[in-house]
Design a protein around this ligand. Structure first.
Ligand code: ADP
Ligand code: MG
Length: 440
């Protein structure tokens, strides 16, 4: 501006030149400005591009992060599913274990002995009862059945086990196992590839059943004998009367009379036996006073035949008075049992002693009557003596019922009495004394 304020022509040229110069300066400045603008635009564009790239990169990072997160979540899901599965397996295992323990406990506490065999008849399991029954408490797991039961092949048990093994069917049976002399009740069934059998010793029950059957038979025979005795009584009386007529007939000679006399004395014995048999069966409903010695004699007459056959010496010593208030039938049963046992124990040419006496209860000192039945028979071991009053205890095998002393004990107890036994089984000094006391 300072240049324009100078006047004159030269000044005009100079002014023009300055104007031109100014114009070109302006043009330069404009150009510069444009360049700067363009540069700024370029810079701006660069900055925008830079920002876009940065955004892209950020987005990429973000996307990558999301993918990673997704993968992590999926992995977590998979882990949770796996954990669930693991828990489920553990639960199933636990429940299997629990079930197995329950089955084991059930088998262990049951009354039956249990043995499980594999397909080669080798023992794979046995419970305590089976060990006690078979091998004295030891386990036989791993042993072949034929080693545990060497004789089983010759028993009826073997074909049955084979049937279960081969035909895969269950069977139940009861049979006598001869090698051990016991009755077994058995349930056998296929289990897995092998078999299991549950068994228990039922010898006691079988013996009791047999004894009860025998007792029933005896009772039936008793009833029969008693009704026969009753029927025999009438003709017996007629024959007795006829014999009497023969004995007193004047037309009969001496020999005939002697025979008739012999016949009637024999008949008297028959008649006595018949009355005794009837008495045995008839049970009076009321207790009554009866002499113990009378009861003993009536029992002796019943055993007369056996006593004669065995050649037993019978010694009796009765008190002058030995009256008991009792049910006579019951009491006869007691002494029949005691005398019957004494005869069993003595065998041939033995001796028995029957005594009645006044005595005092050793515990209460109360007065009463004592009846003793003694014999010089085989006697009893202390172990036998401890069991003789148990029902079904007998040492006589099939011929004994083991009920005689048990019943006698009951009857004596019901009469407020007591029974004691002393016995010795030393050879040549053996013998037994049963002593029964009834308070007055
Ligand atoms: P059972 O006579 O049927 O065997 P009991 O109950 O009468 O049954 O007797 C049980 C057991 O007591 C007999 O098997 C026998 O062992 C024993 N016993 C009883 N009395 C005598 C005796 N007088 N001498 C030896 N043993 C006896
Ligand atoms: Mg007996």
């Amino acid at each position: 501006m300072n240049v324009l304020t100078k006047t004159g022509t030269s000044d005009g040229h100079a002014a023009d030149a300055r104007t031109t110069a100014l114009h070109s300066e302006i043009a330069n400045l404009r150009q510069l400005l444009q360049v700067n603008e363009a540069r700024a635009q370029v810079n701006e564009a660069r900055a925008v591009a830079e920002a876009d790239r940065a955004e892209d990169a950020r987005l990429l990072v973000e996307e990558t992060r999301l993918v990673a997160e997704d993968a992590r979540l999926r992995a977590e899901d998979a882990r949770l599913v796996a954990e669930d599965a693991r828990l489920e397996v553990a639960r199933v295992n636990d429940s299997h274990k629990e079930q197995r323990r329950m089955v084991h406990d059930l088998i262990a506490v049951g009354a039956d002995a249990v043995i499980v065999l594999d397909e080669n008849y080798v023992v794979t399991y046995m419970n305590q009862q089976a060990m006690d029954e078979v091998s004295g408490g030891d386990s036989c797991v791993g042993c072949a059945l034929l080693d545990v039961y060497p004789h089983i092949e010759s028993t009826p048990f073997w074909p049955r086990y084979k049937k279960v093994m081969e035909e895969r069917v269950s069977i139940a049976f009861e049979d006598y196992y001869e090698p051990r002399k016991v009755w077994y009740q058995v349930n056998a069934a296929p289990v897995g590839k092998g078999i299991a059998f549950f068994f228990r010793d039922v010898t006691g029950r079988r013996q009791r059943d047999a004894a009860l059957q025998r007792t029933e038979k005896l009772a039936a025979v008793g009833r029969l004998a008693s009704s026969i005795s009753h029927e025999i009584n009438n003709p017996l009386e007629s024959v007795t009367n006829l014999l009497y007529l023969i004995q007193t007939s004047i037309s009969a000679d001496d020999e005939t009379r002697t025979y008739a006399q012999l016949a009637s004395s024999e008949l008297a014995r028959v008649s006595h036996i018949v009355t005794q048999t009837l008495k045995f069966h008839r049970q009076s409903t009321d207790a009554c006073n009866t002499r113990a010695s009378e009861i003993l004699d009536s029992v002796l007459s019943l055993f007369h035949g056996r006593i004669v056959t065995l050649g037993t010496a019978v010694h009796t010593r009765y008190a002058a008075t030995d009256t008991l208030m009792c049910f006579t039938g019951d009491m006869r049963q007691v002494f029949a049992n005691l005398i019957g046992n004494a005869l069993d124990a003595t065998g041939e040419r033995g001796a028995i002693w029957l005594r009645t006496s006044h005595a005092f209860d050793p515990r209460t000192n109360a007065p009463g009557v004592r009846v003793t039945v003694a014999d010089n028979g085989c006697g009893m071991s202390p172990a036998t003596q401890r069991s003789i009053f148990d029902a079904f205890f007998t040492t006589k095998g099939a011929t004994g019922t083991g009920l005689g002393l048990w019943v006698s004990h009951e009857i004596i107890h019901n009469h407020n009495g007591t029974i004691r036994v002393r016995s010795c089984d030393t050879p040549r000094h053996s013998g037994t004394v049963f002593s029964v006391f009834f308070p007055d």
